[in-house]
Design a protein around this ligand. Structure first.
Ligand SMILES: O=C(O)CCC(=O)C(=O)O
Ligand SMILES: [Fe+2]
Length: 282
């Protein structure tokens, strides 16, 4: 690792005077074999905007998972916006004080998704092992008072639906005094189906503070208007079978698909103290 956790975890937004250097520094593309904690540190420092890990799922496993997950219609509406469909239950859908159902259902969702994936591994489990083996103090499932979170929501973004610019921050769904030690948050998605046209992941330069984000959001319940943020700094067309890690406190969005649903398995990663394992959830 080229940095200690304490520095990069606090430092956000890195600029360089050389525009060429900045452009080439925006994406790291690696493999599951070469992936290291350093890739995550570069994201946390803001040196790169996305880390692409090719072929996290490949071959017969990718075919089998696609057969199982692509084209399903037993997904439910996202609590915060019913035009988004998902299997599982995301913590970001849960209002503060309303967590009981989320925690009650979490084990069943984890089991159900593994059963759907069998005989292949559920992509979230692959990512969890990768993070456990590469991060110095390992990786664990996020818990709150011994209640274990759900991890690995399957999202179906239907054709024409715009996942508008937004940031993600678990603290919005936690009481002020209990942020579960999470100092920084990363997001990773494994792509099971990507439309032929549209569905690009878009990432902007800015890391708005919560106050600035709320101001940008205005009257909206969620996200910000595309007009308010201009052109993204980076546009990535995901490949089926790859995982892409981002820092979701940078403004990001997913362009609408023009043809078919975009199917992903998503996971958040909490970075806690220097000597603590990463903690994952959805
Ligand atoms: O599906 C994607 O590419 C990114 C979705 C997203 O907003 C996130 O992972 O935070
Ligand atoms: Fe997001």
């Amino acid at each position: 690792m080229t940095g200690t956790l304490d520095g990069p975890v606090e430092a956000i937004g890195v600029s360089t005077d050389d525009p060429l250097e900045e452009r080439s520094a925006r994406v790291v593309t690696t493999t599951i074999r070469e992936f290291s904690a350093d890739d995550l540190l570069q994201l946390l420092k803001g040196d790169v905007y996305a880390v692409r890990v090719r072929d996290v799922v490949a071959g017969a496993a990718l075919d089998g998972l696609r057969t199982q997950f692509v084209g399903r219609d037993d997904h439910g509406p996202l609590g915060t916006d019913p035009q988004f469909r998902r299997i599982g239950y995301a913590f970001s859908e849960v209002a503060v004080g309303d967590e009981a159902t989320y925690f009650e259902e979490a084990p069943e969702h984890r089991k159900h998704l593994r059963e759907l994936a069998a005989p292949y591994g559920y992509p979230t489990d692959t990512i969890r092992i990768l993070l456990d083996e590469t991060w110095p103090s390992g990786t664990t499932l996020l818990t709150s008072e011994s209640r274990k979170f759900f991890a690995g929501v399957v999202r179906y973004q239907q054709a024409g639906v715009d996942l508008e610019p937004h940031t993600d921050n678990v603290q919005r769904n936690l009481p002020d005094e209990d942020i579960l030690g999470i100092r920084r948050q990363l997001s990773v998605n494994v792509y099971l189906d990507v439309p032929d046209r549209g569905g690009e992941l878009e990432i902007w330069d800015s890391y708005p503070s919560e106050g600035d984000y709320r101001a940008l959001s205005g009257e909206r319940v969620w996200g910000v208007d595309r007009d308010a943020v201009g052109e993204p700094a980076l546009t990535v067309r995901p490949q089926v079978g790859e995982a892409i890690f981002i820092d979701p406190r940078r403004v990001h969005a997913v362009a609408p698909s023009h043809d078919r649903p975009r199917v992903t398995v998503g996971l958040f990663i909490g970075v806690r103290g220097q000597d603590q394992p990463l903690a994952v959830w959805s």
